[in-house]
Design a binder for this molecule. Structure first.
Ligand code: FES
Ligand SMILES: [Fe+2]
Length: 407
């Protein structure tokens, strides 16, 4: 899978971690490689091997000055493209030209620094998901450092039966009417359609009214992205990425966006509270303050009276159950059931990708033909006899029961 990830542009970090030119460099591990990121005097972002090629000192200690990162041990200096631009300890001024430094191209979009860690001299076209084209005011981005394998997270994202339990309110807690069906029907049906970008997942719940059904369309985009239809605030989509740090850690990205509406301060606060993003602590490398040691702040009173999990925040609930599985699940111990159909499809799809990659076949979504801004998600309540194909075809159906009038 590592080679597959290296074939695609990947999110490296939130751009907010490099707020100013010549600011402090940031250590970042991706796909098992220890790297250092820095923003140079002209605002460009470099992503280099963390260790100086001279005697392997960490460049995290480096001086970020005059368009380059200078190692503090003997003063060698590197630019954002990995060129050795100064070797003050050497007699030969061209000595640096003989030295190769690992440097990956970067691209900033949607509040994220992206990188291509592949072996091709020219990276593939950039995946310009809709949020990467919106003004910053329409986008709220977060990321979590997670203590487990990326696939546990990705699988949870298309696990159709868990919202009825893990994310459900109980007792007198207010109910989101659009999502009410999730609490009524614990056995949603799952469908897939393979697409040029990966595959669509389509989830269908019965609603309290037998004449209607709730459909949820949630695309998986290779190698590790999904788009989830909105949360409990306004109609704001959620783009996810699950990026491996190494086999036992990953970065989870939560980007909330709306092409039509900027987010105000009140929405930001509500959303952070409802998802648990307010628990993210940049001081501990963007981990959540809910962790295995404190059982992710599980409150047994809340579990009795407010919600199924006892944990506040949709993202915090997912973080908790994923980390509770341990760093890598032993899948030979699982007892897979009928509602795991989408997870099974994902596993088969990824195994097929590995086969393709090993056979030297072309991988999906790399040839420039996929229109990334058009990949969307939706959650609609429609007549119960509406087919999956109809739901997929009616892209103007976005959210809620309003779709009925157009059916
Ligand atoms: S170890 Fe970096 S310049 Fe010597
Ligand atoms: Fe979830």
């Amino acid at each position: 899978m590592g080679e597959i990830f290296r074939s695609y542009w990947l999110p490296a970090m939130l751009a907010e971690r490099l707020p100013e030119p010549d600011g402090a460099p940031v250590a970042i591990k991706l796909l098992g490689e220890r790297l250092v990121a820095f923003r140079d005097t002209e605002g460009r972002v470099g992503l280099l091997d963390e260790f100086c090629p001279h005697r392997r000192v960490s460049l995290l200690y480096g001086r970020n000055e005059e368009c380059g990162l200078r190692c503090v041990y003997h003063g060698w200096k590197f630019d954002v493209e990995g060129r050795v631009v100064d070797t003050p300890t050497e007699l030969n001024p061209d000595f640096g030209k003989t030295i190769e430094v690992t440097a990956y191209p970067t691209h900033e979009a949607g509040g994220i620094v992206w990188t291509y860690m592949g072996r091709e001299p020219v990276p593939p076209p950039f995946p310009d998901f809709l949020f990467t084209r919106l003004p910053a005011s329409h986008v709220l981005g977060y990321h979590y450092r997670q203590e487990c394998n990326y696939l546990q997270g990705l699988e949870a994202d298309i696990d159709i039966s868990h919202p009825s339990f893990l994310h459900s309110p109980i007792g007198e807690a207010p109910i989101d009417k659009t999502r009410e069906a999730m609490g009524v029907d614990p056995r949603p049906r799952g469908f897939t359609r393979d697409e040029a970008f990966g595959f669509q997942t389509i989830w269908r719940w019965n609603t309290p009214d037998p004449a209607k059904a709730l459909y949820w369309v949630d695309p998986f985009v290779v190698p590790c992205h999904t788009i989830v239809p909105a949360g409990r605030t306004k109609l704001r989509y959620i783009w996810h990425a699950w990026v491996p740090i190494d086999d036992e850690h990953h970065w989870l990205y939560y980007v909330h966006y709306d092409p039509d509406t900027p987010a105000d301060e009140e929405e930001r606060r509500t959303l952070e509270y409802n998802f648990g993003h307010d628990l993210i602590d940049p001081g501990i490398e963007y981990r959540s303050r809910g962790n295995l040691e404190n059982m992710h702040l599980l409150d047994r009173e809340r579990q009795k009276h407010e919600n199924f999990s006892g944990i506040r925040g949709i993202a915090a609930q997912d973080v908790a159950i994923l980390q509770s599985m341990g760093p890598i699940v032993d899948r030979s111990l699982e007892q897979i059931g009928s509602r795991d159909v989408l997870v099974m499809h994902l596993r088969r799809y990824l195994l097929d990708l590995v086969r393709k990659q090993m056979a030297g076949e072309t991988l999906p979504a790399l040839d420039g033909t996929v229109a990334f801004p058009d990949i969307d998600s939706r959650m609609v309540i429609v007549p119960a006899d509406t087919s999956v194909d109809q739901v997929l075809a009616r892209r103007e159906w976005k959210w809620g029961e309003a779709a009925l009038a157009e059916a």
